[in-house]
Design a protein around this ligand. Structure first.
Ligand code: GRF
Length: 210
């Protein structure tokens, strides 16, 4: 049976686009945004994918909002929920409800630089390698079991924007890959570590950068 996926996003939705265009063995059954103006919703509509806006500003109570969001997601009966630039912290109850079928992409090599402004912080620290991580979401913010990571070089003349662009190109490679593995039932999660059933494939991507 095809893996049914619900995507949550808040903004431009370039990761969603990369996923939708990757010809994965999945059915994207809905895209949901907490921001009605999110460009990602427009793109979903253009592809005939059900696009749902649930405006969080109309529901100030996070727990209630997340319960409503969870109900909306369940309506689509997904096997997997993909956070693709969903810019709100999720309540513990929501995470418990979807744990094991909730993936996120984070623009750093976790556990380095959890939270926001990752590219600025990487430059401030003077790291020479930066990147992105796809991980299962747990209650521990940006610390769930890692599925795949991609590394890029940091250049002397990088700005947060140039570094973000280099990392984003890799996000668009590794998120579809992670989702494909999930859909194929190849991800084995044991004791907080995710391995692949066929371990000849690498879960790291080392990019020479552009
Ligand atoms: C990406 O950098 C992702 O890693 C982070 O939010 C950003 C979303 O970008 N979680 P987009 O909306 O997918 O273009």
């Amino acid at each position: 049976m095809t893996c049914k996926v619900v995507v949550l996003l808040s903004g431009r939705g370039s990761n969603f686009r990369a996923i939708a265009e990757a010809q994965l063995p999945i059915d994207i059954v809905a895209v949901i945004s907490n921001r009605p103006q999110a460009a990602g919703l427009e793109y979903a509509r253009s592809r005939g994918i059900p696009a749902v806006a649930l405006d969080h500003t109309a529901h100030p109570d996070r727990v209630l909002f997340d319960a409503m969001l969870g109900d909306e997601i369940e309506r689509h009966r997904p096997d997997l929920v993909v956070l693709a630039g969903y810019m709100r912290i999720l309540s513990p109850a929501f995470i418990a409800r979807f744990e094991g079928r909730l993936l996120n992409i984070h623009p750093s090599l976790l556990p380095m630089f959890p939270g926001l402004k990752t590219h600025e912080r990487a430059l401030e620290e003077g790291v020479k390698i930066h990147g992105c991580t796809v991980h299962f979401v747990t209650a521990d913010l940006d610390h769930g079991p890692i599925v795949i990571q991609a590394a890029v070089p940091v250049r002397a003349d990088d700005t947060p924007d140039s570094l973000a662009a280099r990392v984003l190109a890799q996000e668009h490679r590794i998120y579809p890959q992670a989702i494909r593995w999930f859909a194929e039932g190849r991800l084995v999660n044991s004791h907080g570590r995710v391995n692949l059933k066929d371990d000849s494939t690498s879960q790291s991507v080392l990019s020479p950068g552009t």
